[in-house]
Structure formats: C-alpha cells, structure tokens
Design a protein around this ligand. Structure first.
Ligand SMILES: *Cc1c(COP(=O)(O)O)cnc(C)c1O
Length: 407
C-alpha cells in the first residue's frame, strides 16, 4: 500500500497538476530535507522541538502536503472538534501527494468527520459514566484506566477520547485530579492493575512521570502498571536516557499504538529497542481502519515488523463508533478475515486478539473466526487454519456452540 521508494529528486509539488500518487515514490529523508532542511539534527531529535513544531492548522498542512478538497474543507470546518496535531517527524512518513496515504488518513481530517452516522457517540464506550473519579475508569474488577493527561503528540481522527483530548492547547495535567485518582486506587485493595493512558502519558516530563509511577508503586496492592502510549511510533525522540532511567526504576509494561508498517522506521526500532532494554515488556494496540490497515498483507507486515522490534501484538481493535468515523470504520467481518489470515499462517506471537469494545461500557469482547463446526456423536468437529475439518474425541462434551468462545 505504502511503498516507500527513494525519490530520484524532490517530488514536484505543483498543486495544479499533481502526478498520479501511485507513480510517486517518496522518502522520509527527502521529505525532511524539503520541509525542514534548515533544522539542525539537535533540534530534530529533541522531542520538545518536535512537539512545539507540530502541524496544527491549514497553513502548516498546506506547506507539507498537497491537500485534497475534502481535507481542505474539513480543516476549515472542524470548529471546536478534535484539533489537528502531527509531529514533523511523523509528517515526513506521509506521501505529500496522496490523500489516501495510509498514515495521512489517520491524522488529516476528511469530510466524513463532519457527518454523524447512526449509532455514533461522542463517548461510545460510556467511559464518563464509568468514571469513579474524573479521569479514572473502573470498569473491570481488578484494574483501572487512569487518564493522566489530555495532551497527545498527535491527534488520531478515530480517537475514542476525542471528547477529552487536545482542547487546552498547552500541556495540561491536573495535580489535584491525579491526587483524587491515587486516593481512590489506594482505598480500593481489589485494584491490582493500573493502566495509565490519556492523552499520552509519555508527553509528560520525566519528573512528572517519575512522581506518578512512584506514587502508584507506593500503593502495596498495585502489582502491575502499564503505560498506554503512541509516542514511540510518532515521537521516538522522546525515548531519552532520562526516560529510560524512569522506566528502569518503576518497571511498567507498555502498550504502544501502532497502525501501519510504514511507522516501523529505524528511529522507531531504536526507540523500542531502548524501551525493551530497560526491562519493559512491549505490547501493541492497533485500530482496524479502512484504507490504512484493513487487509491481511499490511497487517501481517506490521505484526512481523513489531515482533522484530520485540513488541508483542496485543490487541486489534474494531474502530469505536465515535462521531464522524463511518468513513474510517470497516465491517467487523474484515477483522475476522484478518485474524483468519494470520492464525496458523504465521507465528502465533504475531496474532493479536481482535476485540470490539462494547458501546455503552460493556468492555472488550474478543471475536474469533468460527473454528467449531459442530459435533458428530462423541466427536467435536473443528476447522483448522487451512479450512480442513478435524475430529477431536470429546465424549460427554456439550453442543459445539457452547465451546465456540473457548480457545
Ligand atoms: C482496555 C481497558 C483496560 C485493560 O484491559 P485489558 O484487557 O486488561 O488489557 C482496563 N480498563 C478499561 C476501562 C479499558 O478500556
């Protein structure tokens, strides 16, 4: 889909006559020279420079890309909705001439965003209703989702928390809110697992993150801490020596949001390698998105690339029905076909669990392609990855369908 070829010369950016996108090769290094040729290596590899210089408005986008009519109209019409934010580093991974570029579709708004389709909500997962205290979602018995920030390095158009993030302009963490959430966790001994997310926790300073992880580690019943983040994919410059020190001290796990193999650059490989070397196990979370990663070859390439970087594919999410997302969502069957195309055909570690997060607060519900065909007397009939049916002797077992959800 996104064949990155080294361009012979800078692509011609005459908006009057864009060459057919498929004919244009592009190269992130070339894009950096063209767009940020006067930026020193020191600035470029400084994560705060990357955040300060994010593409935020139509002029910024217009400088980096040849915008389509849909993109241009939507940027102008976005109003108070989820703003645009793209790090310069990540912008150089996108084809400047192709609005269908798989990464560009995830961050540059399209006009479908302004259309609310049936079943769509601003808070599809009912997180606000499940919030024990503001910013803390206690939905499952033994674990909580702690939203520690409303700032992200980039703003995904399919964000399930678009209602919360990106609206303060500046980094914004509320110490008093953190304190209330920590008190809640401390007073609920059944909470053994804290997932810190947001917003993106890795956009916090090392000092703030160190304090927060330290405060969680000081609660005796909290035995497992993980960080949900997209930073390693979109801002690998953030993985500094200082951050590594914090990670080594508190030993969280990490779930990284990855969408497409084009993200797996040498910078990202280095960042993930550094995190893994801190003793932090890495998992991935991917949202299934129309036109980005909704086919088996792309997803297989992504999962293989992640394993090479010591990232274990964890969840593949059906896209949540957030307002204005119909153009980005696929039918659930596409996710099942992707799982069927992976399971058995490649390394088991490369196969994520496909889940639908149930609207209204039902939580994550895993879906698998049907492998139980039925029963024949004492035999359970099972279909393998090649479509062949096998018998498993299962005397006394019940009807095939009742084991359909088992693994
Ligand atoms: C996803 C999620 C978790 C973590 O679920 P796991 O299956 O343990 O990864 C916890 N709380 C909420 C609200 C979540 O959405």
């Amino acid at each position: 889909m996104n064949d990155i070829a080294v361009a012979e010369s800078a692509p011609d950016l005459d908006p009057q006559e864009p060459p057919p996108p498929s004919a244009v090769g592009f190269d992130p290094a070339e894009a950096r020279r063209r767009l940020y040729g006067d930026v020193s290596d020191a600035d470029w590899s400084d994560w705060r420079w990357q955040l300060r210089n994010r593409l935020r408005d139509r002029d910024d986008l217009e400088r980096a890309f040849v915008l389509s009519g849909s993109e241009r109209a939507t940027i102008d019409g976005i109003g108070g909705r989820l703003p645009v934010g793209i790090t310069p580093y990540y912008a150089t991974l996108m084809n400047p001439l192709d609005p269908n570029d798989p990464l560009r579709r995830t961050l540059v708004p399209l006009d479908g965003e302004l259309v609310r389709s049936p079943g769509e909500e601003n808070d599809p997962l009912g997180e606000d209703a499940d919030s024990a205290v503001p910013g803390l979602v206690h939905r499952y018995p033994d674990r909580v989702l702690f939203l520690v920030s409303n700032f992200c390095a980039v703003y995904c158009r399919y964000c399930t928390r678009a209602r919360l993030v990106g609206h303060t302009g500046e980094m914004h963490f509320s110490t008093s809110q953190h304190k209330k959430a920590l008190e809640y966790i401390a007073s609920h001994p059944e909470i053994r697992d804290v997932l810190i997310s947001g917003g993106d926790p890795l956009t916090m300073s090392d000092v703030r993150l160190d304090e927060l992880l330290g405060a969680l580690r000081a609660i005796p019943h909290v035995e497992f801490i993980r960080i949900g983040t997209k930073v390693p994919a979109v801002l690998p410059q953030r993985i500094t020596d200082g951050l590594c020190e914090v990670l080594r001290r508190h030993k969280p796990w990490m779930s990284v949001h990855f969408m497409h193999p084009a993200e797996l650059t040498p910078e990202v490989a280095l960042a993930c390698g550094r995190i893994a070397d801190c003793g932090v196990p890495l998992g991935s979370q991917t949202v299934l998105l129309r036109g980005t990663n909704d086919d088996v070859p792309t997803m297989k390439k992504l999962m293989h690339g992640l394993l090479k970087m010591r990232v274990r594919p964890y969840y593949l999410y059906q896209c949540d029905p957030i307002s204005g997302s119909a153009h980005l969502r696929t039918p659930v069957s596409v996710g099942l076909e992707i799982i069927a195309g992976l399971r058995g055909h490649t390394t088991g570690y490369a196969v994520p669990t496909f889940v639908v997060d149930a609207p209204g607060g039902g939580g994550k519900i895993p879906l698998l392609p049907d492998s139980v065909v039925g029963r024949d007397g004492d035999d359970l009939l099972l279909r393998n990855f090649e479509g062949h049916v096998f018998r498993y002797p299962d005397p006394g077992g019940t009807a095939g369908t009742s084991v359909g959800g088992a693994r």
